[in-house]
Design a protein around this ligand. Structure first.
Ligand code: FAD
Length: 337
């Protein structure tokens, strides 16, 4: 098992925060995972499970043992009619998996192109973009249960997927390490091009609707809208879009006629966190090395050399101002360590 001691974690988080890690263990198999949790030497050490570090904010040096999940493998399990089930190791890079699906003409994941991170972390917050969520193509997953030392199977219902949420962020938090995810893909996809300008891009380019062109369009739109973490440190959306009850929405709408909203069900409305942040004057605000992105106010950024605790403080100030102006609690999407 490969281990590293007293290392910089800067290249292990897309915010590019410079903190030290006392111990980093590279996990390439379930067997190694078991060894780590059952070794006398490591058993007592608290642990932090790490994928691509694209949804985390380090606010201090890490004394926990960091388990960098690198379990690889993409295997076709079976095909029934047009449905193909594919089992993927938790350490595979999400976008590499999307490209694999495109190469094999399998649809379902094309709208989720270019989301950073690993396959194993994708179910944790039920990743989503451009009208599709992980749950739409999810079959099942396997996860190492820390308490029992056994690998457990989870079907879709057991994962309790919700908007940027799952069992693994709630009751199952810190109790499981996901080792593989099985997806249900299709050779006859139903296309969704209604979100975020995909249809417009296809029209502009004179492209027909297929998984390859949808993926290309999503990649293009994302690259023009979102800051590239390689150039400016960030973890994508820092906050979740709040879901509020209809009476509060109706009251807000009386004052703010242009409040962007999306109905969730008959009682709840999802509203745009980016809009709330912009209304409070935060868009493009910069404080030395950190700030709120100039085009996408949902994204907090590290221009270089910024500290995680300063980004956390900034996020708290944003939350306070939104609570004051709108009476809404903005919840973080990013995991703070
Ligand atoms: C530029 C940018 C754009 C983004 N766009 C989107 C988007 O469109 N939609 C979206 O949903 N997200 C988006 N994100 C957020 C991020 O890409 C996802 O949340 C991604 O799934 C995180 O994967 P990761 O491997 O980097 O996880 P990490 O950041 O390493 O970990 C995230 C959390 O999951 C836990 N974890 C990681 N791996 C495992 C495992 N195998 N088992 C158990 N727990 C684990 C960690 O402990 C941590 O709590 C974006 C991020 C960036 C930087």
């Amino acid at each position: 098992m490969q281990t590293k001691k007293n290392i910089s974690l800067k290249s292990y988080n897309t915010f590019g925060i410079e903190v030290k890690g006392q111990l980093l263990i590279n996990i390439t198999s379930e067997k190694e995972l078991k060894q780590v949790y059952q070794s006398n030497e490591l058993m007592a050490l608290p642990k932090l499970v790490l994928g691509g570090g694209s949804n985390i904010l380090f606010t201090k040096n890490q004394r926990k043992a960091i388990l960098k999940i690198n379990i690889k493998g993409i295997d076709v399990l079976d095909q029934k009619d047009h449905e193909v089930r594919v089992k993927v190791g938790a350490g595979e890079i999400w976008h590499q998996f999307v490209l694999w699906c495109l190469d094999h003409n399998l649809g379902g994941v094309e709208n989720l192109s270019l989301i950073p991170g690993t396959v194993g972390a994708a179910p944790i917050q039920n990743i989503g973009a451009y009208g599709v969520e992980l749950k739409d193509i999810f079959d099942s997953l396997e996860a190492y249960e820390i308490r029992s030392g056994k690998v457990r199977f989870f079907d879709k219902e057991q994962c309790q997927f919700d908007y940027r949420d799952s069992f693994f962020k709630g009751p199952g938090k810190d109790q499981y390490v996901i080792t593989s995810v099985t997806f249900k893909l299709t050779t006859k996809p139903r296309f969704d091009v209604s979100y975020g300008g995909i249809q417009q891009r296809l029209n502009d380019q004179g492209l027909q609707i297929n998984i390859h062109n949808i993926s290309e369009s999503v990649i293009h739109i994302r690259q023009t809208k979102l800051p590239d973490p390689i150039k400016i440190g960030n973890a994508g959306s820092f906050f979740k879009n709040p879901i509020i009850e209809k009476p509060l929405y109706d009251a807000l709408k009386l004052i703010h006629k242009d409040l962007p909203h999306y109905p969730v069900d008959s009682k709840n409305i999802k509203i745009s966190a980016a809009w709330l942040i912009e209304q409070c004057g935060w868009k493009g605000k910069r404080n030395d090395q950190i700030g709120v992105h100039e085009r996408q106010p949902l994204v907090l950024v590290n221009y270089g050399g910024g500290k995680g605790r300063d980004i956390l403080k900034l996020s708290e100030k944003i939350q306070v101002s939104i609570q004051k102006k709108f009476g809404i609690d903005l919840m973080t999407e990013v995991c703070i360590f």
